[in-house]
Design a protein around this ligand. Structure first.
Ligand SMILES: NC(=O)c1ccc[n+]([C@@H]2O[C@H](COP(=O)([O-])OP(=O)(O)OC[C@H]3O[C@@H](n4cnc5c(N)ncnc54)[C@H](OP(=O)(O)O)[C@@H]3O)[C@@H](O)[C@H]2O)c1
Length: 382
């Protein structure tokens, strides 16, 4: 396992990738004041087609204990070993960025994808980073300790994918899920060391268009690491590694606030646009009353779970998006892919039930989506 060396400044990494058109060094010097807000929070709708990318811009402003990599004397691993379970839109992008930043990256995937990655690396086309190919290692299972394991599969594949990460192989690695939703951290803490699970929220628009081929459509990629239980210095070190690789990363103290902020934005948007198969512009005008109810219900559940919520702000943010914006759940429905409906809508209903919060409109939309027979379970793999 990589031994961490303590530094108070960022380390310049040797890249072993090709065709890079990006200047990753600029990211290494990010300071709090420079942290880019997601596009809607910044008042620009330019990149807002990345609809579920902009959903937690306010989390950092409200969550306690904000730290931005570069603002604290973090311990920085000069060369970390990072496993990435699920080298798709999010995982593939992070794997490629970390690899070209000089870190050892082991992608965990099915046999065919692992073969492709070993042969061809990860090919990225990015609005922000240009086009580049990054060499990565690939395997079907984790076989050695690592510094961190990023979990980047969809919820619908999570259970099957986790069999590729035996708890005994992990050592004391941080386990960092990037999934949308609020329930997976508990499942991961039950399977792995609870004090090493550090749930993260990612804001990006990135798609796996073929095995090992990633299209990064947003001109940003932002990660909020949270760690109710994980050691702060470990989180700071990972945040520094990610930021140096080009991923603007913050460490937030309030896990529930971070996860629910994303949920509070994502759930109404995803449920409404997917249910009516309409882009946001039409959905928000033709189904305004439902949207307002969904936002109010989700905010009430979020508050009941101990996370702040601002329904008026959420509505204003939807209104700021371009009318053509679509949710990723809607895109999955259009493509016939399994939906993360249970992780978003189902989890919302379960939380509402636990806290006795009435959510009639959310319940109806989730029921109608389930009844529509859209694929909701995991696709077979291998
Ligand atoms: N994409 C975005 O822009 C974005 C933005 C914010 C949040 N999120 C969230 O991030 C999470 C991941 O989404 P994503 O878009 O990155 O998903 P994705 O593009 O569909 O990628 C999922 C990856 O998981 C792999 N996989 C599936 N089953 C597996 C298994 N059993 N074992 C190992 N690997 C397996 C797939 O492998 P193959 O390549 O072989 O199919 C694929 O590489 C979701 O919760 C999503 O809501 C995504």
């Amino acid at each position: 396992m990589t031994t961490h060396t303590t530094h108070t400044t960022h380390t310049t990494h040797t890249t072993h990738t090709t065709n890079s058109t990006d200047k990753t060094d600029t990211a290494a010097t990010t300071r709090t004041a420079d942290v880019p807000k997601s596009p809607d929070a910044a008042g620009t709708a330019k990149a807002a087609e990345a609809a579920d990318t902009a959903d937690t811009a306010d989390t950092a402003d409200t969550a306690k204990g904000l730290r931005t990599a570069g603002t604290t004397p973090a311990t920085v691993a000069p060369r970390s070993t990072v496993a990435v379970l699920g080298p798709g839109g999010t995982g593939g992008l992070l794997a490629a960025l970390l690899s070209r930043s000089g870190h050892r990256v082991i992608c965990l995937a099915g046999e065919a994808t692992a073969d492709t990655l070993r042969d061809s690396g990860i090919r990225v086309r990015s609005r922000r980073f240009g086009a580049f190919t990054a060499a990565v290692e690939a395997d079907t299972e984790l076989r050695e300790p690592v510094d961190a394991c990023l979990i980047a599969v969809k919820h619908t594949s999570l259970d099957a994918a986790l069999t590729r990460v035996p708890p005994t192989a992990l050592g004391d690695a941080l386990v960092v899920p990037l999934l949308n939703g609020v329930e997976h951290p508990a499942a991961l803490r039950a399977r792995y060391r609870g004090d090493r699970v550090a749930p993260a929220v990612i804001r990006v628009e990135s798609a796996r268009v073929a095995p090992g081929v990633i299209e990064h459509g947003s001109d940003f990629v932002e990660v909020d690491l949270t760690g109710a239980t994980a050691p702060g210095p470990r989180l700071d070190a990972l945040a520094s590694v990610l930021t140096a690789a080009g991923v603007t990363t913050r460490v937030l103290g309030d896990e529930a606030a971070a996860l629910w902020a994303k949920m509070a934005f994502l759930a109404p948007f995803a449920l409404l646009t997917t249910r009516y198969a309409l882009p946001l512009g039409e959905a928000r005008t033709r189904h305004r009353e439902e949207l307002e109810s969904l936002v109010a219900e989700t905010a009430a559940v979020s508050r009941a779970c101990g996370a702040p919520a601002d329904p008026a702000q959420a509505l204003a943010r939807y209104d700021a998006f371009p009318p053509t914006a679509k949710s990723s759940m809607q895109r999955d429905a259009e493509a016939g892919r399994p939906l993360e409906l249970d992780a978003i809508g189902g989890a919302l209903l379960r939380a509402a039930d636990r806290h006795g919060v009435p959510v009639p409109v959310t319940a109806r939309l989730v029921r109608e989506l389930r009844d529509a027979g859209l694929p909701a379970s995991g696709h077979s793999f291998d």
